[in-house]
Design a protein around this ligand. Structure first.
Ligand SMILES: NC(=O)c1ccc[n+]([C@@H]2O[C@H](COP(=O)([O-])OP(=O)(O)OC[C@H]3O[C@@H](n4cnc5c(N)ncnc54)[C@H](OP(=O)(O)O)[C@@H]3O)[C@@H](O)[C@H]2O)c1
Length: 316
């Protein structure tokens, strides 16, 4: 994975580039374009999910770059996620096959349980108008995990992991697994530093990946309600630190994650931003600047805090 930027060795023994491209909330055309530009810019890690509805686009862009001779399959680390409606063990392999089919790949590098909270098979939480609890499935993520382990045994997923798990859920999973989760992907940024969770993961050799690592300025809740929340990329501390290094707020935030030993997957469909977000290998933040960023923590969760709060596995 030459040129991929810093990498981590996962508990599975596989290498994962720490900086990847996020692909949530983009049109088909945008994703194809974004992934191709990202690969040209040096990214070797792409994050998608079945529920984003764009695995086909991610796969097409990768296929085009392989056909061009720019990369080989093994040069790019592809992550996708098992959606909550497939959480019963008997649906896990079918979900994996659907994702592989969409991506046009024989294997993914990392397959994550998208959330500890199972939802009823066949339900559609995005078009549900009744009682939200009607969507809930009692399935235990420990049982889901056993089916995930079988996918790893088969080589369909080179590494397996989780997303949106809290410390207690990880602890329980660690006590009941044969293969350890290699990654926990969670919302993480200076306003939601989650130091305890990050420390727990480090102690247990679980790599943390930060989502919404730039503060998710386009998140649906904000767009829909117009509610005012602090904008991380406009935070004076972040902006001032950027000035010192001649870097943008986004670049400072990306570097904050990398310097914390955390993986980060900033999403952009804007060519100049995709390129700029990768242009962070020529500096690192001083201890003092990392401390200043650490002091911005206000336990502000931009995403998901108000979803499914009564589910028995609600993690936040
Ligand atoms: N596991 C989970 O539950 C979960 C949840 C959420 C997200 N994710 C993953 O994490 C990825 C990243 O999180 P996210 O999409 O929520 O938020 P994010 O990466 O924090 O922010 C993305 C937004 O920032 C803008 N942006 C990107 N680079 C910028 C720059 N240099 N300057 C100014 N604005 C910039 C993008 O705009 P443009 O695109 O218009 O350039 C986009 O609106 C997702 O795409 C997805 O792959 C996972």
């Amino acid at each position: 994975m030459a040129g991929a930027g810093p990498t981590a060795v996962l508990s599975s023994g596989k290498k994962m580039p720490l900086l990847g491209l996020g692909t949530w909330q983009s049109t088909s055309e945008q994703v194809i374009n974004a992934v191709k530009i990202a690969i040209d810019a040096g990214y070797r890690h792409i994050d998608t999910a079945w529920v984003y509805g764009n695995e086909k686009d991610v796969g097409q862009a990768i296929k085009e770059k392989i056909a061009e001779g720019k990369i080989k399959r093994e040069d790019v680390f592809v992550t996708t996620k098992l959606f909550s409606t497939f959480q019963r063990p008997e649906h896990v392999r079918d979900a994996m096959m659907q994702s592989l089919d969409g991506l046009g790949l024989d294997y993914v590098d990392l397959y994550l349980i998208h959330s500890p909270q199972g939802l009823k098979y066949g339900s559609n939480p995005f078009q549900h108008s009744g009682d939200v609890e009607d969507l809930f499935d009692e399935v235990d993520y420990i049982d889901t995990w056993k089916a995930m382990e079988s996918l790893a045994d088969e080589g369909l997923a080179k590494s397996i992991g989780v997303s949106n798990f809290n410390t207690q859920q990880l602890e329980r999973l660690l006590q009941n697994c044969r293969i350890k989760p290699a990654v926990n992907q969670v919302e993480l940024h200076p306003y939601l530093a989650q130091q305890q969770l990050v420390d727990f993961c480090k102690r247990n050799d679980i790599l943390v990946t930060a989502y919404s690592g730039l503060g998710a300025p386009a998140r649906p809740r904000r767009a829909q309600s117009g509610e005012e929340e602090p904008v991380l990329m406009e935070d004076p501390t972040v902006v001032e630190i950027g000035k010192k290094y001649g870097k943008s707020a986004a670049q400072v935030l990306i570097r904050y994650h990398l310097d914390r030993g955390v993986s980060v997957i900033p999403k952009s469909v804007t060519p100049s931003r995709i390129q700029a977000n990768f242009d962070v290998m020529d500096f690192s933040l001083s201890k003092e600047d990392l401390t200043s960023l650490g002091q911005l923590d206000r336990k502000l969760r931009y995403l998901g805090a108000n979803l499914f709060t009564t589910h028995k596995f609600f993690p936040f």
